[in-house]
Design a protein around this ligand. Structure first.
Ligand SMILES: [Cu+2]
Length: 157
């Protein structure tokens, strides 16, 4: 019973809400332990980095756009696997970095590769697009310091 509860807590994408709720009681003397726990970030390995193997910055490509992710200094694992110096890739499409203290959003501009894959194919509207990569830990939270690629700009025909 206890084990099950712990597992559930460990796997859950817990509550950015909890972390951002401001202290309601001015007289409270206890530190916000819950918020600190929720915001605790996983350390990245010194010098670790992620980068695009392809396409290259400035490339003109056509759909579907084949993308290959590179990583050095850390391991790629599936989401949910809590292993030191590891994480999974996220592709950021035409957007800057998200809030690094929270799980990376999952939408058209923030694509998760929680299955541990290191390549993908996406379709993009014709025109210029800026792509970058951001590694996330087992909870989809960026590491500290964050492991982020240089952005690349591609033109889709
Ligand atoms: Cu993720």
């Amino acid at each position: 019973m206890t084990t099950t509860l712990l597992l559930l807590l460990g796997c859950g994408q817990e509550s950015p809400d909890q972390a951002t709720t401001p202290p309601a009681t001015p007289s409270a003397t206890e530190p916000a332990v819950t918020a600190e726990a929720a915001l605790a970030r996983t350390s990245s390995a010194a010098g670790a980095h992620v980068f695009f193997i392809s396409p290259a910055d400035g490339d003109t490509v056509s759909n579907p756009v084949a993308i290959e992710f590179g990583i050095e200094g850390m391991d790629v694992v599936k989401a949910g696997v809590d292993q030191p110096y590891s994480g999974h890739h996220h592709l950021l499409v035409n957007t800057g970095l998200p809030d690094l203290t929270l799980p990376i959003p999952a939408d058209e501009q923030h694509i998760h590769f929680g299955d541990g894959s290191t390549s993908t194919e996406i379709s993009l509207p014709p025109g210029q697009h800026t792509l970058s990569m951001l590694l996330g830990d087992h909870r989809h939270i960026p590491h500290d310091p964050p492991v982020v690629s240089s952005p690349i700009t591609i033109t889709v025909e």
